[in-house]
Design a binder for this molecule. Sequence first.
Ligand code: IPD
Ligand code: CA
Ligand code: CA
Length: 259
Amino acid sequence: MSLKQTLLDATQAGAAVMKDYFDKQFTISNKEGINNLVTEADFKSEEAIFATIKANYPDHYILSEEAGSLAQNSDYKWIIDPIDGTVNFANGIPICCVSIGLEKDGVMEMGAVYNPFIGEFFFAQRGFGATLNDKIINVSKKEKLAESCLVTGFPYTYLDEPNGPLQVFEKLIRNGIPIRRLGSAAIDLCWVACGRFDGFYEHKLQAWDSAAGFLIVEEAGGKVTDLKGNHYNPYQPGIIATNGHIHTDLHMVVNGGNL
Ligand code: IPD
Ligand code: CA
Ligand code: CA
């Protein structure tokens, strides 16, 4: 099976598990931090995703949130979040998804993000654009940060540092800029890609949160950097993803500047 079909099938397989567990009783346990949850469904989704990938590409490297690094000597690496938005999932809030990125030689080549509860499947392949349910998507055209609608997220353990998550949030809110907090970084990124949000920033993500979503934003015409404004690398924590027009201004505010 092709890499693309394997990615699509693996994403569907994880999402089918999410759907199956959603209305049922499932076990929930805590990881590092407060209310950093993992459910039975996270593990089962991961198993279903692994089964699809391994059936087709048994020699590929896999990096996945719950299983960690299944290292192999391969040019290909699958970067998997079996449920992004686990706290939402555990509370019956249907804003959660499977997110899978596929890297080749250290470059993200494809990404898929699927929320089965609202039936939204985002996909991107480097150089071929981004789609939502097979229709091409583009970032918004909004030019001014002051008129933008933003989204962000907060880490499980509060980061006490200059220009930390609450300080940046407060500054934007005090300037009357609407900011949503959906609870799934992968969905946040996809909703920037399809123009619902003009920008997203977060201080502390893991590679599996953003691997697929950042490529989807770039392929939809957006701009993605780390907090310092350097070209984005998913193996460091900070991210700013925008429609491009508001990037400089959002970057300035995230780094302590005023609007
Ligand atoms: C979390 C979500 C959330 C973000 C957290 C992530 P999880 O992932 O993406 O939006 O704010 O930083 O850890 O734990 O639901 O897979
Ligand atoms: Ca995640
Ligand atoms: Ca997760």
